[in-house]
Design a protein around this ligand. Structure first.
Ligand code: TYD
Ligand code: MG
Length: 455
């Protein structure tokens, strides 16, 4: 008999060590190693079951047309997947608790089930009654969806043999467990082993499988990250819970491009795709208000116009406030410093608040120039042209640098009826055939100020 061995597993990154350590040598986290007993090694037979054993195939003979995609009920979801679900593919959907993962997955699988082969929704978190209530709210109560409230993986796989579902949803992987491992559900080893078994099952049966994983807060463990390498596609569902907008972002996709996004709105009746995000983000824009400017950003491969709002007002504090919602605070500090040093704008006695309207998060440096323009507009109490759109990166020397996809941004701005574009000089020659929008190229913040405020 093989002897039971112990191993210490970092709950944050999954690093395995034969002995206990106070600090993980891989990710540097403290007190994250947890002892786990290993079951005696099982036979690895059947791990990669290919129908005809193990025979190499000439590349030229591989038939790609044989993998059609199944479209779900949600166009934005299909778009992020690269055109629909591929048979046998495993999709991990990560996100904060309460963001709408269960809703998205239920809506997505509902269209794929039929009389013969239903969609199977396995929940370890909610009872069938709760799920039914959600389905009623979503108008999906009559769809061919079967529910299974279970958490033990072998039992679930056993049931799957008789049900033969058209699509499988596991909600969530942190509630699943296998008996051979002694650690508790939600532990890295459990999460990994459970996911591995579902992946193996999906590859053997060609049933597309959606796995929900909670992104755990700092200090908690075993988030979807430790599974990213095992699955075909990783999608993160993001958004600010106080806003209705949700962004589904693909960070890995073996069957499509990454960095694609889908935009949704959480409504009374579930998630509604937002086909025209720019129009939504600009819908409530105040016209002629100081501190507001439209930035042209790129999310994935898609241009999105977002309103940047700044409020600069005299501070009574010794350390004035610097608050950025939706922007990287470090980048904001840098821009403030450049404005002070290069343009002599004295912001040190001022509270500065910055906000990306609609709860969007902007990480692109291409939004720099828009942020600077919004700050200047609020500081000077000078409203900007409401038909203006701004993009460009700002460097430490106050230079305005070229950015990628300038044409896409200008086209999107023109499509939404904006008439003027302040942009990097170096990007000007890439713009071709958008006559309805006037382009003004600048090479420095100084030049930009001249255009914006006529200084
Ligand atoms: P849920 O899908 O349960 O989130 P997760 O699985 O990521 O934890 O949904 C979260 C929130 O969405 C919940 O607070 C209620 C809200 N919601 C709506 O606003 N409309 C709806 O139609 C549904 C089903 C949920
Ligand atoms: Mg849920």
């Amino acid at each position: 008999m093989a002897q039971q061995k112990s191993i210490y597993v970092c709950q944050s990154c999954g690093y395995r060590s034969p002995r206990w350590l106070g600090r993980c040598t891989d990710c540097g986290a403290w007190n994250t190693l947890v002892e786990e007993r290993l079951a005696p090694a099982r036979s690895r037979k059947g791990h990669h079951a290919s129908p005809d054993g193990c025979t190499p195939v000439p590349l030229a003979n591989v038939d790609v047309a044989a993998t059609p995609r199944q479209r779900t009920a949600i166009a934005e979801f299909d778009r992020v997947l690269g055109g629909g679900l591929v048979p046998g593919s495993v999709v991990l959907i990560g996100g904060d608790p309460g963001i709408g993962k269960s809703t998205l997955v239920l809506q997505a699988v509902a269209a794929l089930g039929n009389e013969e082969r239903p969609a199977l929704y396995v929940s370890g978190e909610e009872s069938p009654e709760q799920i039914k209530m959600r389905a009623e709210r979503l108008g999906l109560a009559d769809k061919a969806v079967w529910l299974l409230a279970a958490t033990e993986v072998e039992t679930i796989l056993e049931r799957l043999r008789s049900i033969r579902p058209a699509v499988l949803a596991i909600d969530s992987i942190q509630t699943m467990w296998v008996g051979e491992l002694e650690s508790a559900p939600g532990n890295v080893s459990q999460v990994r082993e459970c996911a591995a078994r579902f992946v193996r099952w999906a590859k053997e049966t060609y049933v597309p499988t959606l796995i929900v994983g909670h992104v755990t807060k700092e200090g908690a463990f075993a988030g979807p990250r430790v599974l990213e390498h095992m699955v075909d596609t990783v999608l993160y569902f993001e958004g600010d819970r106080s806003h209705a907008f949700r962004i589904l972002r693909s960070v890995k996709n073996r069957f499509g491009s990454t960095n694609e996004i889908g935009v949704f709105e959480m409504t009374e009746r579930g998630l509604e795709p937002v086909g025209n995000p720019s129009a939504h983000f600009l819908a409530e824009r105040p016209r002629g208000a100081a501190g507001s400017v439209v930035a042209a950003c790129i999310e994935g491969t898609r241009p999105v116009l977002i309103e940047v709002q700044a409020l600069v007002s005299p501070s009574v504090l010794a350390n004035p406030r610097r608050t950025s919602l939706g922007f990287d605070p470090n980048r904001t500090s840098m821009l403030i410093a450049v404005l002070e040093k290069k343009l002599g704008i004295q912001l040190f006695g001022q509270d500065v608040f910055l906000n990306a309207a609609g709860g969007m998060r902007i990480s692109e440096p291409a939004a720099d120039l828009a942020v600077a323009a919004a700050l200047g507009s609020s500081f000077l109490e000078r409203p900007l042209d409401p038909e203006l759109v701004v993009f460009g990166e700002v460097g430490l020397a106050g230079e305005v640098r070229g950015i990628q996809h300038a044409l896409l941004r200008v086209q999107e701005a023109a499509r939404l009826g904006l008439r003027r574009c302040l942009m990097p000089q170096t990007n000007l020659r890439q713009i071709d055939g958008v006559p309805e929008i006037e382009r003004v190229g600048v090479a420095s913040l100084n030049e930009a100020w001249e255009v914006l405020f006529g200084r």
